[in-house]
Design a protein around this ligand. Structure first.
Ligand code: MG
Length: 168
């Protein structure tokens, strides 16, 4: 049986992951509109990833006989000045998510909820990967600067990303 405080914290994390999904969907739609189909594709896959994160926590709550409570998803921005600005915002956001997961892990440890702590290990690894991937894209964008050909090539590269369900 889950402790109420851990159940509540996991439900908050479900909402945070759904907000992340909503954020990346907004970015995808914005860059589709801006004629950057590769960037739009990358964020659309990211949208799917975040939904997978939320679902994995919901499945875990159910497996522990917890109750999933869906809360309203707060609004998200609807435009970004450049592709780089969107990826910088993504990195900042993912760092916040990492901090939330670390807090959850600390709570699970403090409450001796070892099953939750173990479940969170996969999320901790996932965050390292997310931040690293986004940092590399930012580095590439910094390298090409305002060069149209470079941006075009990055867009083509981001177009190749496909959704692979994370093992959570
Ligand atoms: Mg996530």
């Amino acid at each position: 049986m889950l402790l109420k405080k851990i159940e509540d914290a996991l439900n908050e994390q479900v909402n945070a992951e759904m907000w992340s999904a909503y954020l990346y969907l907004a970015m995808s739609l914005h860059f589709e509109h801006e004629g950057r189909p590769g960037v739009a594709n990358w964020f659309r896959v990211q949208f799917q990833e975040e939904q997978a994160h939320a679902l994995a926590i919901m499945d875990y709550l159910n497996a522990r006989d917890g109750k999933v409570v869906l809360q309203p998803i707060a609004g998200v921005p609807d435009s970004w000045a450049s592709v780089k600005e969107a990826f910088v915002a993504t990195l900042e956001h993912e760092r916040k998510v990492t901090a939330l997961i670390n807090n959850l892990y600390a709570m699970a440890e403090e409450e001796k909820d070892f099953a939750t702590r173990q479940k969170l290990n996969t999320f901790i690894a996932e965050q390292v990967e997310e931040e690293d991937t986004v940092r590399q894209i930012i580095d590439d964008l910094t390298l090409v600067g305002e060069d149209g050909t470079g941006l075009y090539q990055i867009d083509r590269q981001l177009a190749t990303r496909t959704f692979v369900a994370p093992q959570l």
